[in-house]
Design a binder for this molecule. Sequence first.
Ligand code: SF4
Ligand code: SF4
Length: 248
Amino acid sequence: MSKPTVGIFGLTGCAGDQLVILNCEDRLMDIVALLDVRDFLMASSENDTACQLDIALVEGAVTTRRDAARLLAIRQRSKALVALGTCAVWGGVAALDRGQDRARLLDEVYGEGHPDYDSIPAQALHEVVPVDLNITGCPIEKEEFVAAIAALLNGDVPLAVEYAVCTECRMRENNCLLTERGELCCGPLTVAGCGARCPELRIACVGCRGPVDDANSASLVKVFEARGFAPQDIAARLRTFAPQGVTS
Ligand code: SF4
Ligand code: SF4
């Protein structure tokens, strides 16, 4: 059986998800042996930039017209497109300014009279092209990525995590930062998969993996308000990583 052809791409983002793939260490050789990676600029300067792909893995948000054109071209050459990381799945931190006056923001950053920069409101991949699979995380979790690739190679749909960070946190028997220390912890709204990494270190979850399916942000906002947090601080915390996924 021939190996599936794969391309790995980055739009606007920190390239952290591509780094996670390269940091798969002991699994990397197995992954490379099972996949025919044709186009991966971060790993190789020799790429086939036109071939048809069975799987395209794309990280980063769409924040420019160039990003959008690249993503459309990737979609056209790929049978399956996987959004990799919170920016690709939700828009991520790049989408924090959604809904604000973009011309004013550009003036603020670059000064009035700046050149006509290629800059559009940040979008998640699914807002521009159809996406077949989401692997969230800022960055993605190595084990989750390897499991998803294994499932795809078997022709299976990778298992989606459908519970919140709080579940993992309580399974690790942590004291609750929200109820016991009154901190602004987004664990109840955030999709699990990181092993409650931050609360495990006594740091409140900032929601970097994006919202869980049945996220009840209205309820959590009431809990935060009852603990004396200002509405703008609550809104800022909830909007940091997935502004279209939660409302406050
Ligand atoms: S510390 Fe945060 S993640 Fe852990 S149970 Fe409390 S609210 Fe949930
Ligand atoms: S605990 Fe929250 S902020 Fe920390 S890695 Fe997990 S999802 Fe991200």
